[in-house]
Design a protein around this ligand. Structure first.
Ligand code: SAH
Length: 448
């Protein structure tokens, strides 16, 4: 069965409820609330022809004989009827409802599962708190006035997106009506004018879409342009709205890295000046070896409005996903995070060695280009049997972990030659917990 969903305007319309008791009362209440003229007939008093003139009939009698009569009569007269709990005698069914007037959400499983319908309703009620009522009314008011003022649709839509992304919902939730109004007025006032876009530097997490923050999801949904690293997974990018242009800035090979970085920043500035909202999506956390700091500095000096949304860094999530705690009482009280990327020079290796003596647990990002050199430098200050692990493609289905003592880790990793981004962890914590994946992938856990 496929239903055609509608909301009926029953204001002042004659409607009939057949039945008595709680079920009938509930139907009467709903109809009266919708402004209908409701007549109630007790099953014993029903006479043929009683439903004449009604727009809509609900039979809650539960009496199969009466059900058949009311159904046939309604069908003959072309009146919409619902015989309660008798699917084949219903011209309409009533959905489960989340009511946040003027917002109304209706849920139907086409009668397949009332349980699912009410479970979904409970979820949606939590998602759409009571503040959604006044919020919807407020957005409606802005819309009426923008249309009256003849503001072009494109600018209207941008204003609606700003309202949705603003803290107005939060203010309404906290009962701060005046501030909510003021903020909405501001967005409305700016809707007609040219407004520069903003750039959001957003952390995409280490790979598993379950580790994306809610703020990242919201901003992705609002963005006009999403400029993302090659490492960012498609499951993360689905959160981009239909209007968003996706640009993979990680796959443009052939250019020198610094020149490429300048191109990306220049492009962001250009978009923002053209009034577009840009999300610059970076793997992990944007401020951990992601050149996020440099980008913010340049955007700010170009006068662009910038927000930074932290992400779950692979330096934190990678070891966790491999069952390696970064700190552990009595074993590791400090952590250092360092880049192995430019560890070609002696000075860089000395920096890693210095850190290796200073902290209990050492995380090296981008270690693969010179894993052997990095390990040998550490061996000048650490024991040869200090536990180490290389974690590949952490938090993704391709995750692999190679463990070995520090003096053997480079050889062990080279022998495996695994794909994907990788990081190195060195410290007693590597062997502290039982050697197995502690949990399934987060995405599997969430999916049940
Ligand atoms: N800003 C990022 C790091 C960027 S540098 C963050 O906070 O995670 C890129 C390096 O991050 C890679 O060379 C690798 O060392 C590490 N990395 C990123 N994602 C990873 C993953 N899923 N598994 C293991 N290492 C990862």
């Amino acid at each position: 069965m496929r239903y055609y969903p509608v909301f009926l305007d029953l204001a002042g319309q004659p409607c009939l409820v057949i039945g008595e008791g709680e079920a009938a009362d509930a139907k009467v209440r709903d109809l009266v609330e919708a402004g209908a003229e409701v007549r109630v007939i007790r099953p014993a008093d029903y006479r043929d022809g009683d439903l004449e003139g009604a727009r809509l009939v609900i039979d809650t009698s539960g009496d199969p004989e009466l059900n058949l009569r009311t159904w046939r009569e309604a069908e003959a007269a072309g009146i919409l009827i619902n015989v309660m709990d008798v699917t084949d005698k219903c011209r309409f069914i009533a959905p489960a409802i989340v009511r946040r007037d003027p917002l109304l959400v209706a849920i139907s499983t086409s009668g397949e599962s009332p349980f699912l319908a009410s479970a979904l309703r409970a979820r949606l009620e939590r998602l759409l708190g009571p503040e959604w009522g006044p919020f919807t009314a407020l957005v409606g008011g802005v819309r009426r006035r923008l249309r009256e003022a003849g503001v072009p649709l494109e600018r209207q839509v941008r204003a609606y997106r700003r309202l949705l992304a603003s803290d107005i919902l939060g203010r309404l939730r906290r009962g701060d009506l005046d501030e909510a109004r003021r903020e909405a007025d501001l967005v409305e006032a700016e809707a007609g004018a040219d407004r520069p876009g903003q750039v959001a530097l957003v952390g995409a997490g280490p790979g598993d879409p379950g580790l994306l923050t809610l703020a990242a999801q919201e901003l992705l949904g609002q963005a006009d342009v999403v400029m993302h690293d090659a490492l960012v997974s498609p499951e993360v990018l689905v959160h981009a709205g239909p209007q968003a242009r996706l640009v993979d800035v990680g796959k443009r090979g052939g250019r020198e890295r610094n020149a490429e970085q300048e191109r990306i920043t220049a492009e962001m500035i250009e978009h923002a000046r053209a009034g577009l909202d840009v999300v610059r999506l970076k793997g992990g956390d944007p401020f951990v070896f992601g050149r996020g700091g440099e980008e913010v500095a340049e955007l700010v000096s170009a006068g662009i409005e910038v927000v930074v949304v932290p992400g779950v860094s692979s330096a934190i999530a990678g070891p966790a996903a491999a069952g390696i705690p970064l700190t552990l009482r009595d074993l590791a009280a400090s952590v250092g995070i360092v880049s192995g990327h430019s560890a070609g020079s002696r000075a860089d290796l000395r920096a890693i060695t210095r850190l290796a003596t200073a902290v209990d647990t050492l995380v090296v990002l981008m270690p693969l280009a010179n894993l052997d050199g990095i390990a040998r430098s550490m061996l000048s200050v650490l024991p040869a049997d200090r536990p180490a692990a290389v974690i590949y493609a952490a938090t993704t289905p391709e995750q692999r972990v190679v463990r070995a003592p520090l003096d053997l880790i480079a050889t062990a990793a080279a022998a495996e030659d695994l794909p994907g981004p990788a990081l190195l962890v060195v410290g007693e914590v590597v062997e502290a917990l039982p050697k197995r994946r502690l949990a399934r992938l987060l995405s599997e856990v969430l999916a049940g």
